[in-house]
Design a protein around this ligand. Structure first.
Ligand SMILES: N[C@@H](CCC[C@H](N)C(=O)O)C(=O)O
Length: 281
């Protein structure tokens, strides 16, 4: 099985080309591929399938030729991955599976169509506008924080740290507890603190994330979009541009009336051949 490894601000993925949808990807095999000691290692897997050849992709494709079949590192699936979509587009363009043009490139995902533009080293994807829809809480050890539930195609809970608590000091080696009544399929939890003003943006937020299905990661694109939507709401506006600093770098999120652009670096770092023993599958 051929693979490529890539990342977007340190959120890393194993990319598996499977144009005809022939691979039998079991949760066990996906987790083995993402294992950082016994496999390639990654926060998730991006299977590159022709939309017409994938049961979910065909229904969602619209004008998209390719479907991003995203899986978390524990073998669970997710509806959407913002950084994954940016790396997926980098892969399509660098391998010639898609041709650069003036128009935004459509990609089908479980959360619907996204459209991408390359901006030098950055890839920007246009996703649905995040919907802030409920109040909830996350608990880390003895610390319970209020937060905002946000739908970005996948579920998020954005919790601002109170003044005096250090973002870098949070222990994210264990999953935060959350209200399963609000998040029946689990949730990605973002912890935030305010950043110093950044030119050309309306707000600047520092973020760490504990991802559903992947534990703490260096970055989460949909999480950054959720954080941006909450930051704008908290300053009394609905649209604007927010710089979101994650441990792996900076993402820039622009929320418009009807969509959300996520931009940042997306790079491919290696290609190879995967020879996992059949027992792993
Ligand atoms: N890192 C991703 C989000 C991946 C999916 C997430 N773990 C979930 O289960 O919803 C991103 O960049 O958006």
């Amino acid at each position: 099985m051929e693979f490529t490894k890539g990342h977007g601000t340190g959120n890393d993925f194993v990319i598996l080309p499977d144009p005809d949808g022939a691979l039998d990807l079991t949760p066990g095999l996906l987790a083995a591929i993402c294992d950082r000691r016994r496999g390639i290692g990654g926060d998730g897997v991006l299977r590159v399938v022709r939309a017409a050849k994938h049961p979910e992709g065909a229904a969602l494709a619209g004008d998209a030729e390719w479907f991003m079949d995203y899986w978390n590192s524990d073998g669970s699936f997710a509806e959407m991955c913002g950084n994954g979509a940016r790396v997926f587009v980098r892969y399509l363009l660098e391998t010639g599976l898609a041709t650069p043009s003036g128009a935004a490139l459509p990609v089908a995902t479980r959360a619907g169509l996204v459209r991408a533009r390359v901006e030098g080293d950055a890839v920007a994807v246009e996703m649905r506008r995040p919907r802030v829809y409920a109040a909830s809480t996350a608990t880390l050890g003895h610390l319970t924080l209020p937060g905002a539930a946000v739908d970005v195609g996948n579920p998020h809970l954005v919790c601002a740290l109170p003044a005096g608590l250090d973002l870098a000091g949070l222990d994210l080696t264990r999953a935060p507890d959350f209200d399963a009544g609000v998040f029946p399929t689990g949730v990605n939890v973002e912890f935030t603190a305010p950043g110093a003003p950044v030119d050309g943006t309306d707000s600047h937020v520092l973020m760490r994330v504990y991802e559903r299905g992947s534990a703490e990661t260096l970055s989460c694109g949909t999480g950054a979009c959720a954080v941006a939507a909450v930051a704008l709401r908290d300053t009394g506006v609905q649209t604007g541009t927010v710089a979101v600093d994650v441990p792996g770098g900076r993402l820039t999120v622009t929320v418009t009336e009807d969509s959300c652009w996520l931009s940042g670096p997306a790079v491919l770092v290696a290609t190879g051949r995967l020879t996992l023993p059949a027992a792993e599958a």
